[in-house]
Design a protein around this ligand. Sequence first.
Ligand SMILES: Nc1ncnc2c1ncn2[C@@H]1O[C@H](COP(=O)(O)OP(=O)(O)OP(=O)(O)O)[C@@H](O)[C@H]1O
Length: 742
Amino acid sequence: MGRNGVKVIIRARPTAVFAQNQIHINQDENTIEIDVSDSKNETGPSNKKESWKFKFHQVLQNAGQDKVYEAIARDIVHGAITDGINGTIMAYGQTGAGKTFTMIGDTRNYQHRGIAPRAIAQVYQEVESRIEIETTIHVSYMEIYNDRIFNLLDPDDMEMHDYVVVEDAKGTYVRGLTQVEAPTEKDALDQLFKGELQRTVAEHQLNKRSNRSHCIFTFHISQKSRTGGNEHVIHSKLHLVDLAGSERLKKTMNDEDSKAHKSTIKKESMYINQSLTFLEQCIVALGSRDQRHIPYRQTKLTNVLKDSLGGNCNTLMFACIWGESKHIEETISTLKLAQRMMRVQNEATSIVETDPSILIKKYERQIKELKQELTMHDALVERTGVIYDEHTPEQKYELMRLVRAYTDAPTDDDFGILQLSSLRHIKELFRQFRLLLRNAESASPQALATRTSTSNASRENGSPAATLEEDEKLVGDAEDRGFVLGIAPNAAVPVSLEINKKDKSIRPDDTAAGLRDPSPVDLQSDEKVSNNEVKGGYDEEATEKNEAYKFYITTGPGKHTNIQLQDEKESLKQIREKLKDITSQLNATKTTIDNLKVQVNEKRTNRKSPKKEGKGTDADEVVDEEEFILMQKEREAKRDYRVLFDDLKESKSEYEFTQRSIELLRMRIVSDFEEWFREGGSQAKNGEMDGDQDKLDEGEKFDQMEIDRIRAQDPDSLAFFQAQKKMRQITSTSSNQRKLKR
Ligand SMILES: Nc1ncnc2c1ncn2[C@@H]1O[C@H](COP(=O)(O)OP(=O)(O)OP(=O)(O)O)[C@@H](O)[C@H]1O
């Protein structure tokens, strides 16, 4: 970041009749001196200025295309990719001075390729070398002709589309203009050459192929960290601008040919001169202290280049001159503008946006760390049982039990039942209270009445949780009543469990795994789901994705994880069976204990029966053998019960652990699959399946030989040759079509 001046390089095109008496170029000192006093002598002394001395960042004469590129252009491209700073490279000058040669070069000759193909090559080289950054490149190519914008990348769109220049947080852009994603160098070159074919060409006196429009090829670059280490997305643009000829109308109109198209040429020249004049005015305003009003909005050209001339940009201008004496006036005018351009200072900064997905990951990491810290803190102060994660269904159920116990408790002093430990805990308790209330409200008045009366009656009997006991018959753990298991009352079923039952396809973890419809949500729940079960709402894309997913987990890269998942599921099934078994044993043991308790109590009551009362013998206090055996059995049953209970606890935690690991494996499969699918894994799959398609026909074999040859000669030139070939094919197809039409 910092203030960068606009860089200006003068390029003088080769000519056999260079005006050496008038133009003195010093390439070492980067100066150009012009002296026109000789040519004015004939008309006598003049008070007009007749000599000038200009100094620029570089002055190049008879320089090759590679040297021109290395002179600063490479740095601007590097800045756009590496630092995310907008870059603009433009060519200014009179028609025929070499602007197009400089910017595009000769599309038929690799050695003479210009700045655009070289910049394209550099962009992709730099992208490839920065593997830690995920870069997305789109390109657009527009032409501004008579202050209208034309889309060079859409031939059908060449007819009148009044594109508007708009501005947002990412900068200035043309609304609706095609931006083609170009993942490779060849893709970008294809678009450049395609645009070249579309350029509006108007006959002109100075150059038959001259165009009377400004052309702007733009890279739109977005970069973000692949590792998620940084949530920022950096947006930058790189404009390559080939300006229309800057010569004055007077000169343009001197030509005989042009008289035939007088009005068209006049109109074109007016627009060109207007836009170049405003370009100059913007430049002057940017170079001055008072920058309150810079007339960007006056023309489409200045508006499009708004964030490339001033503000956030590295700017390089090639001022092309044609050093012949008949063009001396245009040369002086070009050099004057170039000199003014050098005064413009740019504040070069990158445009940074925030990627919400990375930000979420960052927050998740922070939350995890904070939770760990809290747990450590709790451990230090010996505080146990505090839950910082979402309550599991089992924990919710446990809380529901506490809430029921609390509401059925005889006094308000039983507040301790709720064991308040954290805000999350309190919130969950409230949730359970609400649930209880809603269930109570929706229950029939009779049931409510029965429940209330039973509850009251039991309170009167001094039995604190009669309803609870009834409702939760054989469910739960109560210290003096022993642990019982069975079917939970309907009201106690946590909401989340109900959701799971109703709609298997929507799971809380869908969000956790970052899945959105129509991602294979059904696949996450159970691989058993068949295609038939994939209900309406899934389009072809979803079906294709489902197919890809099946491949991914059966023979693709997800196979191994899927086997692990299936193993874990099998273990879960076994643990569930074991739990069922322990539960029924526990219930049986509980029944045995209760029966024994009843029998022991009966024996005890009989011993103390009225018949025996009053006798007061010690024998009454003596337990007979039968009672003793019953008591012993009861003790043994209780011992068995505890062992079973410990087993149950252990199996439950094993069950939870396995459940969690299943969820993790599912999430891993789904997220890995998403990434694999996004990166075109399914195409690779298709390729694998349709092996025969890989066989080359004769034409393809020839192409392959040609590619091998070019690659052996100069690997860097391959993309250029491929794009060039494509352009040739397009040209010959369109000329054949024209022939057919005739
Ligand atoms: N530096 C150079 N080396 C070799 N040839 C050049 C050079 N500069 C220009 N030319 C040749 O001069 C001719 C005119 O150049 P070019 O078309 O680039 O001019 P221009 O300034 O873009 O004109 P226009 O405004 O019409 O687009 C072309 O044939 C080009 O090959």
